[in-house]
Design a protein around this ligand. Sequence first.
Ligand SMILES: Nc1ncnc2c1ncn2[C@@H]1O[C@H](COP(=O)(O)OP(=O)(O)O)[C@@H](O)[C@H]1O
Ligand SMILES: O=P(O)(O)OC[C@H]1O[C@](O)(COP(=O)(O)O)[C@@H](O)[C@@H]1O
Ligand SMILES: [Mg+2]
Length: 460
Amino acid sequence: MTLHLDSLRVRRLGECRYDSPFSEMLSTKQTSPHYVAEGDRVLLEDTVSMLAEHSLPSVQAPSFEAAGPRRKIYFDPARVTAGIVTCGGLCPGLNNVIRGLVQELAVHYQVKRILGFRNGLQGLTAENRDTAVELTPERVREIHNVGGTILGSSRGGQDADEMVDTLVMRGIDIMFVIGGDGGMRAATFLSEAIRARGLDIAVIGVPKTIDNDLPFTDQSFGFQSAFARATDFISAVAVEASASPNGVGIVKLMGRHSGFIASYAALAANAADIVLIPEVPFALDGPDGLLAHIENHVRAKGFVVIVVAEGAGQDLFDRHGLPQLNGRGTDASGNLKLGNIGELLKESISAHLTAAGLAPTMRYIDPSYAVRSVAANAYDSVYCLRLAHAAVHAAMAGRTEAAVARWRRRFVHVPFSLMTSRRNQVDPDGDLWMSVLETTCQPAEFGWVPDRERVPTGFC
Ligand SMILES: Nc1ncnc2c1ncn2[C@@H]1O[C@H](COP(=O)(O)OP(=O)(O)O)[C@@H](O)[C@H]1O
Ligand SMILES: O=P(O)(O)OC[C@H]1O[C@](O)(COP(=O)(O)O)[C@@H](O)[C@@H]1O
Ligand SMILES: [Mg+2]
């Protein structure tokens, strides 16, 4: 994918005419290793060779607009009504983001009216628009201590025009969409419908994904809390497997298309012998296949611990003519329903080891919902709060059709068009996967597999 500076520019609703409450504080600020001044930009790429490839002067190199408060703002805070919605699957930190948005809007910008739409985008339909709740600093004071979202969330499509009608009827000037890839797509359609009607409504996204599969963000909020929780389950299964004759421990973790939780949790627990992720296909059978490797492992070590991301090995169901185990079709949001790879592994490993005279003790757990429902840890709590601050500053300065993200540890504005342009995946040729291979000592590939799709690398 080629990215030019122009495709990284963020849309503005208009000229900023109002003094920002931060104008005095900003008057002496300059870019430093710890701050990016208004007007400065954050480079997309961060190695000498990647930069050199363009042969462009640094001002023309692809870069993001820096997030943060501005001296002048677009909206008159006294007249602003803001809306908040949380979309899709749960993720640790949703309540922290809601709380951060409400506090920043109310305390610093003195915005008087903030509405929380209920149950995801369903809350923006004609039927549900009156169920929106008033959010105040008092209402959100303690919500960061619990997981989930006080607003509720949902999957399923809504009509963009109907949603815009709701924004108009509820007097919304700024809409915050906290969502994943689906939520960012929905926010894009919402923005297009707003633009088609010539309305003065800003739409700002806060990228949310437990799978860490959104692009142009170092790591998504809640990811650390989620993989820390997943680590507990790997450790538990490792204890069980190691204490059982021919013990086989399997932990299935979330990750439809990206194996980040599986990889990070496996590294953190440092107890997995095999990690399977969607980005690296594997074969079950044959002398170099997964089953033979597991058999050798059990013979040599007495047990084996496997961490599998839910999206791994999906080709096996078709290739082996296996029952889909709930796979096929899509959910209400159009996400592919996956075959249950955990069950498939459990069945095939059990059959293989039994046939090899190593009747196994199987310990299989799928802690998915127990992982994503936890409250944000201290690190994620800080991260969520800072993302929320950045989102409020962006919106008040009239930025729209963009998400806030942290890129190379700086906070930036990323146009929706980029957020929905690609998926963040574990690169089988990258250093994260190398660390996994170094830690587990598993082979780079299990048997012959069809050519893997290459994970997109580079941006320009
Ligand atoms: N292509 C799309 N166009 C419009 N709305 C979409 C699109 N994809 C997803 N959505 C809506 O966005 C919301 C969130 O999407 P979903 O995939 O469930 O979760 P996430 O935002 O976490 O990826 C859902 O209500 C869904 O209907
Ligand atoms: O059972 P649900 O609620 O549909 O959610 C399950 C899915 O949500 C995910 O966490 C990702 O969804 P999001 O894009 O909504 O964050 C997947 O990894 C998982 O398969
Ligand atoms: Mg999604």
